[in-house]
Design a protein around this ligand. Structure first.
Ligand code: ARG
Length: 447
């Protein structure tokens, strides 16, 4: 009993079984290379490869492998059980050190592709919502205070561009994942005449690690991957925070599908944005995964150290959670509907036209700082008299500046304010349409 507990402690079988497929694929390529190099006979190689394929088939069907220290030993043990001692030749010219590093890279390469696809899907949802809500104006915020009117589409597109960067980061990270450590052996390389480039080609790696010590001890690619996941999680927290705020009755800007909210067990009026909150909360564990791995790698002398075995739980945890978060966030975004009346009411209440009046005066030659002071007085006056800026009469405006003419009402019409923001990347309809075009191209760009 005590012994079993210790084996479990020292081993990784309880958490590394999801590397099974990558491990078998890596071993098949390794054996093919050994045969090509005449290190293994083709008959031995053939037996090993068909044994490995039969194990893979069974595992994919859900069959469990017998317990071992780790997935690598488990597969080798099962192979020997199936094909006899010849199975033991598979491990010629390699070590578990380069083997596990290869497995992790194969696994992450695949997962990176899947996360990139999820991000594309998510971007498309934002793009569709931006197109559907074109023309709808909302208050834009700074410091969470009403600032200037913007298009809802402009807002949604901002998120789509964030997720574009997340995608690009993953695509770039994948370049560093896609380098083959196999052939580094335990740490020093091997005296067998192996062909690492051939193995790399078989496995679809772009290149091989140049230094065997680095090859077996490098986990930068995994840390970088976790940083990429953390940035996605970070962006999701911002989106979810908006969902949570906008669902609050004080805002009531949006509606989302019922399944993304839940009631309270005690307060009958409640509709809690649980899904958005869970996604926001999940960021904690994903950032934690990044810090766990950085801490595991920190101060490790070259080359492989068993500490590195602990790299897998944070990586797997981040993969599972970021995928779940992206799936749920996407479904939630698909269900998103904007409540026009409330948003427009909020635009009117927020004095979001104030900057426009200052700009109007500045364009007439008044120093912007002076204009800013004048408009501040106008807003204070309007607040005191419970009026919005478009409800002030021209006589009232003239009390603050004689330069204000009747055309001011045209300038402070929120639609005109938005349309005037024609600067590149601004919120005007024209600019938003341009952003939609840019984004469409980016979404379909080679991944
Ligand atoms: N289970 C180990 C890991 O995940 C495999 C490598 C073991 N290497 C060793 N020298 N003990 O890292």
């Amino acid at each position: 009993m005590e012994n079993t507990g210790f084996e479990q402690f020292i081993g990784s079988f309880s958490f590394d079984q999801r590397l099974c497929e990558a491990d078998i694929i890596g071993s098949i390529a390794h054996v093919k290379m050994l045969v090509k190099q005449k290190i293994l006979s083709s008959s031995d190689g053939g037996k090993i490869i068909s044994g490995l394929n039969s194990i893979l088939k069974d595992v994919l069907k859900g069959r469990k492998l017998p317990k071992a220290e780790d997935i690598h030993y488990a597969i080798e043990k099962e192979l020997i059980r199936r094909i006899g001692t010849v199975g033991g030749k598979m491990h010629t010219a390699r070590s578990r050190n380069d083997q596990v590093a290869t497995d992790l890279r194969l696994y992450l390469r695949k997962e990176t592709g899947e996360i990139i696809n999820l991000l594309c899907k998510f971007q498309k949802t934002f793009l569709e919502k931006a197109q559907k809500n074109l023309g709808l104006i909302m208050p834009g915020f700074t410091h969470l205070q009403p600032a200037q009117p913007v298009l809802v589409s402009h807002y949604l597109l901002a998120y789509a561009f964030m997720f574009q960067r997340d995608k690009e980061r993953l695509i770039d990270c994948r370049k560093r994942i896609n380098v083959l450590p196999l052939g580094s052996a335990a740490l020093a390389g091997t005296s067998f005449k192996i062909d690492r480039q051939y193995a790399a080609k078989l496995l679809g790696f772009e290149s091989v690690c140049e230094n065997s010590l680095d090859g077996v001890s490098d986990r930068d690619f995994a840390a970088e991957f976790l940083f990429c996941c953390s940035t996605i999680a970070l962006h999701l927290t911002r989106f979810c925070e908006e969902i949570i705020l906008w669902l609050n009755p004080e805002f009531a800007y949006i509606k989302i599908g019922d399944k993304f909210t839940s009631g309270s067990s005690i307060m009958p009026q409640k509709k809690n944005p649980d899904c958005a909150e869970v996604i926001r909360g999940k960021s904690g564990r994903i950032f934690g995964d990044l810090f766990a791995l950085l801490t595991i790698i920190k101060s490790l002398p070259l080359a492989y150290n068993r500490d590195l075995q602990e790299d897998k739980p944070p990586v797997f945890d981040a993969v599972d959670n970021i995928k779940m978060c992206l799936n749920v966030a996407n479904e939630m975004a698909e269900s998103l509907e904007f409540v026009k009346e409330n948003i427009l009411k909020s635009v009117r209440k927020g004095f979001v036209e104030a900057t426009e009046i200052a700009d109007y005066l500045a364009k007439k030659g008044i120093a912007f700082r002076t204009a800013h002071g004048i408009v501040k007085q106008i807003v204070t006056y309007a607040l005191k008299n419970s009026k919005t800026l478009d409800e002030l009469t021209i006589e009232e405006y003239k009390k603050f500046s004689n330069d204000i003419e009747k055309d001011i009402y045209k300038y402070i019409d929120v639609k005109n304010i938005v349309e005037a923001k024609i600067s590149y990347g601004g919120t005007s309809m024209k600019s938003s349409l341009k952003q939609i075009e840019v984004l469409k191209r980016l979404i379909v760009a080679k991944k």
